[in-house]
Design a protein around this ligand. Structure first.
Ligand code: ADP
Ligand code: ZN
Ligand code: MG
Length: 502
């Protein structure tokens, strides 16, 4: 094996093998569970955390003679996703049966879509590092989720004969959208960026919370390599059913050199499904890939093709919110933010709305951006809160920003105020007053501090008087330290110069 040595960093486009350069080609199939009130083909509620098998009916349990009915809200939600991805929505789409047996699938087929999906030929632009990349979208289609299997009994990793699986049919029949990309994604890091930003988009559309822990977003990642600059595709492998961004990137990073190694040793990559083990950081084969004909797709005889009224599709299009990428551009323009800052703030919708509510209070947008990205985001991360939740309201953050802008508090004192806003759930001005955190610009108050600092540092005074004027900065620093960063620097400078020159 040679290429096994080829080290891969996530953002690298080129994998350096022993015999030459290779490039990665990645395509994703992303499943999103929709937050509709009811299931895809029956009126059972879509729920989270309810006792198992409490939301079932003859349709989602596949009793004989039960007939599916399409959930119109699910079609609307799927159409929102399709249009946001710039897809064409043909005038009709068709449900197919995808046949396979598994205990989580009581009908022994999944109702999905095949050669006439809801939507085709879209694209999604996303940021990766400083680059805006475009990924073509092959198709967006509708299907139903399988039930949830809970493996129990036995001891992990040991066959004892006592293990068994339980089935919870509550999830069975939940509306799913599958988004299939073209193989346009150039690196493991780009795949991660794509998925994170696609998730933000779907959340923005209000069709799914995309909760990662609950597996509301899952994906299969297809990956191949080819000689750098080549335009033909290599044979791909597939990493199935992932729902962690970090593991995705790790899995792809380990799969790239594996494929390069095989090819450079003169072998061929098997088209197969792989399993990634986060513990060892390696992939192992699960099974050889099934082909479409294995599923015996045929049109679902219990459902008529869906006619998509063009006027209705246009209504859905008109109802789309501002999408994250457009919002980033607008924030950069409207608020004078750098691209990088605009992406942090305007990417996630909830944070963008929080920021705009701060700015709406009439404070300086750049200063507001610094506080939103700095203290506020750090606070959200530390407390595990979503933007807009917790005790720091936009009004309060704006009030704090105004205190800084008006010179009422210094930046460092304002950070104390921010911490106390959370602890004490109070208005910034009240905190400043209560804790005496306001800026000190009164020379009567600062005079004694300056005198003390000058008296305590005779050698620096000598240096200054000997012509080393930059020592002034040292004295300013000492005064700031003594006042907890609250002293007004202009007044301090003036007083120091008087004391030292006099
Ligand atoms: P299938 O019919 O086997 O599902 P598709 O052509 O529909 O295959 O592709 C499935 C996914 O695999 C798509 O996301 C596509 O972009 C990706 N893909 C296809 N060929 C390659 C390849 N050679 N390398 C990487 N990804 C690929
Ligand atoms: Zn049901
Ligand atoms: Mg496919």
């Amino acid at each position: 094996m040679t290429g096994g040595d080829a080290a891969v960093r996530g953002a690298d486009r080129i994998v350096r093998g022993m015999r030459g350069d290779w490039e990665a080609v990645i395509g994703l199939e992303v499943h999103v569970e929709l937050d509709t009130a009811t299931k895809m083909f029956c009126s059972c509620a879509v729920t989270k955390g309810d006792p198992p098998n409490t939301h079932t009916c003859p349709v989602c349990l596949a009793h004989p003679g039960a007939l599916p009915v399409v959930n119109q809200r699910a079609v609307e939600y799927a159409t929102r996703i399709a249009l946001a991805l710039d897809c064409t929505v043909p005038p009709r789409n068709v449900f197919h049966r995808k046949n396979y047996f598994y205990p989580d699938l009581p009908k022994a087929y999944q109702i999905s879509q095949y050669d006439e999906p809801l939507a085709v030929d879209g694209c999604f632009d996303y940021w990766s590092g400083d680059e805006k990349l475009r990924c073509r979208i092959d198709r967006v289609h509708m299907e139903e989720d399988a039930a949830k299997l809970i493996h129990a009994g036995g001891e992990t990793g040991r066959i004892t004969g006592s293990e068994y699986s339980l089935v919870d049919f509550n999830r069975g029949g939940t509306p799913l959208v599958e988004i299939v990309t073209e193989p346009d994604i150039p690196s493991p890091a780009a795949a991660r960026d794509f998925l994170q930003q696609l998730r933000e988009l779907v959340i923005e559309l209000g069709v799914s919370e995309c909760n990662m822990e609950e597996g509301q977003v899952r994906w299969d990642a297809n990956i191949s390599v080819r000689p750098a600059g080549s335009s033909t595709l290599g044979t791909r492998t597939e990493l199935k059913n992932m729902n962690s961004f970090r593991f995705l990137q790790q899995a792809l990073e380990s799969e790239l050199p594996r494929q390069v190694g095989i090819l450079e040793a003169g072998g061929t990559v098997e088209q197969e499904t792989l399993h990634f083990d986060p513990e060892t950081g390696t992939t192992t084969p699960l099974r050889s890939k099934e082909e479409a004909h294995d599923y015996r797709y045929f049109p679902e005889p219990d459902l008529v093709p869906l006619a998509m009224d063009p006027a209705w599709v246009e209504e859905v299009r008109a109802s789309l919110p501002e999408l994250p990428l457009a919002r980033v551009a607008r924030f950069a323009e409207q608020y004078g933010l750098s691209r990088a800052d605009a992406r942090v703030i305007a990417g996630p919708g909830a944070l963008a709305r929080f920021y705009e509510a701060v700015v709406a209070q009439g404070v300086d947008p750049k200063l507001a951006a610094n506080w939103t990205m700095g203290e506020y985001l750090a606070h959200l991360n530390a407390a595990g809160l979503e933007p807009g939740h917790g005790h720091v309201t936009p009004e309060r953050l704006a009030a704090l920003v105004r205190l800084v802008a008006d010179g009422v508090v210094s930046t460092s004192a304002a950070k104390d105020v921010f911490t106390k806003m959370i602890e004490e759930r109070a208005e910034p001005a009240a905190i400043v007053a209560k804790h005496g955190l306001g800026r000190i610009s009164d020379s009567a108050a600062l005079g004694p501090v300056v005198a003390e600092v000058v008296a305590a540092n005779p050698s620096q005074v000598e240096q200054y008087r000997g012509g080393k004027r930059q020592v002034l900065g040292f004295f300013v620093g000492q005064v700031m330290k003594a006042t907890g960063g609250r002293a007004d620097p202009a007044v301090v400078n003036e007083l120091l110069q008087k004391a030292l020159d006099g």
